[in-house]
Design a protein around this ligand. Structure first.
Ligand code: TXA
Ligand code: MG
Length: 321
């Protein structure tokens, strides 16, 4: 299959309306979209990514009014969260409308929905005038793509179209909040933080990852995630790094010239760290780097989301070798 690359939102929307797979930019990461009511097209998403069938997808729409055919109800807390943070980097889990094919939500009776704010995502969704089911546009288990080139690296020849845009600003995936229970529960940390959410709904909590039902609630957390080919290590400071042969370093601490890393990303803020993380993982793999050191940051705010992604990548590299 040839994968069309285009800057033209209209062309990309025509592809999507014809039941094809279209990767598109959002402010978090690039998504791989299909018409959410077309089970055949949605099945092709799972095939193209090599994604387990029980890992549910997020459905994207341009505006709040477009949610009604997708969900059976929007509880008060979800309304508050959406009216405060959407359009933006947040996904909200609601009861699934019975008309939405269950393949979209991996068989669950809930559905994650998101209203991205990126102008190209907005224009694309408006042009399709359809709800678009879209996971991150990477091969399953690889770091999420923050550029269209990263999408092409994983999925060229496996999808129909890439809508080209600039690199994603945020760089890590949306905050996922389950609003189907008695209080909102964060299943995946993101740039909308616990403190942000508690400002509008004070009862919001993180999921208890040790609780027996945590896996059931967030199926994605069961799978290998965000992992480059290289080993990933979390380090508290440069002093913890012994071996710099074929190694990369990303963090906030100033680069020490005594460490001749092959690749270095010295980030200026937590936002910059998030923005660059997945692209850095991919650059390290392309450079044949064997070890990536990531500097630990405090596990709060955006730091929590960063530590979650890096922690999973580190776990995947220790678990798979
Ligand atoms: O920023 C993002 O969220 C990007 C862009 C493209 O929107 N999308 C994204 O999708 O990261 P994906 O499929 O890579 O991650 C979605 C996560 C998975 O961990 C999945 O298990 C979880 O959300 N999820 C989706 N629907 C769910 C549901 N109904 N119940 C529990 N978890 C759900
Ligand atoms: Mg993903």
């Amino acid at each position: 299959m040839e994968t069309l690359r285009t800057n033209d939102v209209k062309v990309a929307a025509t592809y999507l309306r014809a039941g094809k797979l279209v990767a598109f930019p959002t402010e978090t990461v690039y998504g791989l979209g299909a018409h959410a009511f077309d089970s055949h097209a949605v099945a092709r998403i799972f095939e193209a990514k090599g994604r387990p069938a029980d890992n549910p997808l997020i459905v994207h729409v341009a505006e709040y009014a477009a949610l009604s055919p997708l969900v059976a109800a929007i509880p008060t807390d979800a309304k508050t969260i959406l009216s405060t943070f959407a359009p933006g980097s947040i996904s909200v889990i609601l009861p699934r409308h019975p008309d939405v094919p269950s393949i979209v939500s991996g068989g669950l009776d809930t559905l994650a929905v998101r209203i991205p704010s990126h102008p190209i995502a907005q224009a694309f969704l408006r042009e399709t005038a359809l709800p678009v089911a879209a996971p991150s546009a990477n091969s399953s288990g690889r770091p999420s793509p923050t550029t269209w080139e990263a999408v092409a690296e994983d999925l060229d020849g496996r999808i129909d179209c890439i809508l080209q845009g600039p690199p994603s600003d945020v760089g890590i995936e949306s905050t996922v909040v389950d609003c189907t229970g008695p209080w909102p529960v964060i299943l995946r940390a993101g740039s909308v933080t616990l403190a942000d959410l508690q400002c509008v709904v004070p009862t919001t909590q993180f999921a208890d990852t040790k609780a027996s039902d945590a896996n059931k609630r967030s199926p994605g957390t069961r799978y290998r995630h965000y992992a480059p080919t290289a080993y990933v290590y979390l380090v508290d400071s440069m002093n913890d790094i012994a071996d710099t042969v074929q190694a990369g370093y990303i963090g906030l601490e100033a680069f020490n010239i005594e460490h001749p890393f092959q690749l270095v990303a010295q980030c200026t803020s937590l936002e910059d760290y998030s923005h660059r993380l997945f692209a850095f993982f991919r650059a390290c793999d392309r450079a044949g780097i064997r070890t990536i050191y990531c500097q630990r940051v405090p596990d709060v705010g955006l730091g929590r989301a960063l530590m979650d992604r890096i922690g999973r990548a580190a776990q995947a590299s220790s678990g798979s070798r």
